[in-house]
Ligand binder design. Structure first.
Ligand code: SF4
Ligand code: SF4
Length: 186
């Protein structure tokens, strides 16, 4: 039969030699290759002791932002939910009451804000759509969970620590890359 390409090779069917029938040279050759890998640079990263540096454009777990006075920035406008291609965001708006000016920056705020991390594709469109700098994607992973319900993150999971009462936790949540502009005012 005529070959379609010239890439095929004819297999040699000659009988194996005495040395080959001992199999020892092949075994030693294989062991030498294995041994040589002990002195090569290891591609494996021993997580969690070692951590791979993130790309500057890495998009991780969402954080709901506060302003410099510790007030929630989100005004429950819903633009992030509309922009989300995975329909992962839901929220319920509420009116700010007199005396709550120190808690919520705007007259309307998100009484409930949820992101379904099983739906999220970490595209970052919610961050881009937000006019209040209220949501950003941080440099941490969404941790593993045993239940589907555990991947639905509510406000208590997403809200950044208060810079006034928990300055250290707030600075840690901002991360090295500081993708947020929490120190700016809108
Ligand atoms: S990162 Fe993308 S998919 Fe995830 S919640 Fe934001 S807009 Fe939706
Ligand atoms: S996070 Fe931003 S875009 Fe989404 S509801 Fe709040 S203010 Fe609007």
């Amino acid at each position: 039969m005529q070959a379609l390409t010239n890439r095929s090779k004819e297999v040699s069917r000659k009988p194996i030699s005495f040395l080959e029938s001992l199999y020892l040279p092949a075994i030693f050759k294989g062991m030498a290759i294995t041994f040589s890998h002990m002195f090569k640079k290891q591609p494996t990263i021993h997580y969690p002791e070692q951590k791979r540096p993130f790309s500057p454009v890495f998009r991780g777990l969402h954080v709901l932002n506060r302003d410099e006075e510790g007030r929630e920035r989100c005004t429950a406008c819903g633009l992030c939910a509309v922009a989300c291609p995975a329909e992962a965001i839901t929220m319920e708006a509420a009116e700010r009451m007199p005396g709550e000016e120190n808690k919520y920056r705007e007259e309307k705020y998100a009484a409930r804000y949820e992101i379904n991390m099983l739906r999220c594709i970490f595209c970052g469109l919610c961050e881009e759509a937000c006019p209040k700098d209220a949501i950003y994607l941080s440099e941490t992973f969404a941790p593993a969970n045993f239940t589907r319900k555990g991947f639905i993150y509510g406000k208590s999971d997403l809200l950044i620590p208060d810079p006034k009462t928990e300055p250290e936790a707030y600075a840690k949540a901002l991360g090295k890359g500081e993708k947020t502009t929490a120190s700016t005012t809108n």
